[in-house]
Design a protein around this ligand. Structure first.
Ligand SMILES: C[S@@+](CC[C@H](N)C(=O)[O-])C[C@H]1O[C@@H](n2cnc3c(N)ncnc32)[C@H](O)[C@@H]1O
Length: 241
């Protein structure tokens, strides 16, 4: 289906594509009936690849089973399944604005026989991280900043500051441009995505995050390429202060 939709993307002019969104099609009840794995496509597909990629990445960055992890925009648990399997019981918390995806994630948990790991899943669009009632060693947001505006990102970073332990680390992926002010408002990314200054999928330049980190008292690190198949880059915020 995704291959078909990719063809559709190439053949159909941009202004029509904006009206007939792929994400809208896979939400139709009939489509869900035909494809019970619609929720894997709804988070961007590449279910195994990007799921494992984020898990292996965080392990390399020092994630251990006893750590507490916050998965921001966890979706249907593409990465979550791997984290939950690895972490101690009750140490994974996922938050997403989309109840349907969270429910689909619960089905994935059942399929993987991981319910006993007791992950906490919360529906919230405004990053109510304090509802979990714990402090986190690690947080991650894969393919989330790529879909939200700068004001949402500010809210996310502001709320996270209150629940991230001292020296806690937050990794987020972005579509990158050199300079947000001088780059064109629409940019063709190397592996297919067209990204925008003004709409989803958004692109950002690292210097914006340098500025936000300074304002919100984080230490900022640019990691860059981490093997993402669609060329999303990784950035890191550390709660140093
Ligand atoms: C491309 S999916 C990625 C999901 C997951 N991180 C993964 O790697 O599979 C983006 C997710 O971000 C969620 N999202 C977007 N804006 C959000 C917000 N303001 N608060 C919480 N979740 C949000 C969407 O509902 C969606 O599940």
């Amino acid at each position: 289906m995704r291959k078909l939709m990719d063809k559709f993307r190439i053949l159909v002019p941009d202004f029509i594509r904006r009206k007939i969104k792929y994400q809208t099609i896979i939400r139709f009840p009939l489509y869900k009936l035909i494809n019970p794995y619609w929720h894997r496509e709804a988070v961007g597909g590449l279910w195994e690849e990007i799921g494992k990629l984020q898990f292996e990445f965080l392990k390399k960055e020092g994630l251990l089973p006893h750590h507490f992890l916050l998965d921001i925009g966890c979706g249907s648990l593409r990465g979550g399944i791997h984290f939950i399997r690895y972490l101690e019981e009750g140490h994974y918390m996922g938050i997403d604005k989309d109840r349907e995806l969270i429910n689909a994630g619960k089905k994935e948990l059942k399929r993987e026989k991981l319910i006993y790991k007791n992950p906490k899943l919360l529906v919230s669009e405004i990053f109510k991280f304090d509802k979990f009632g714990v402090k986190f060693d690690y947080a991650i947001a894969v393919s989330v900043f790529t879909h939200i505006s700068l004001n949402y990102i500010i809210l996310c970073l502001k709320n996270l500051k209150k629940v991230l332990k001292k020296n806690g680390k937050f990794y987020a992926t972005i579509f990158e441009v050199d300079n947000l002010y001088t780059s064109p408002p629409e940019v063709q990314q190397p592996h297919g995505a067209l990204t925008y200054l003004y709409r989803d999928p958004f692109h950002y330049s690292p210097h914006i995050f340098v500025y936000l980190a300074k304002e919100l008292n984080y230490e900022f690190h640019y990691i860059g390429d981490w093997g993402h198949p669609r060329n999303q880059k990784m950035i890191l915020f550390i709660n140093k202060y």
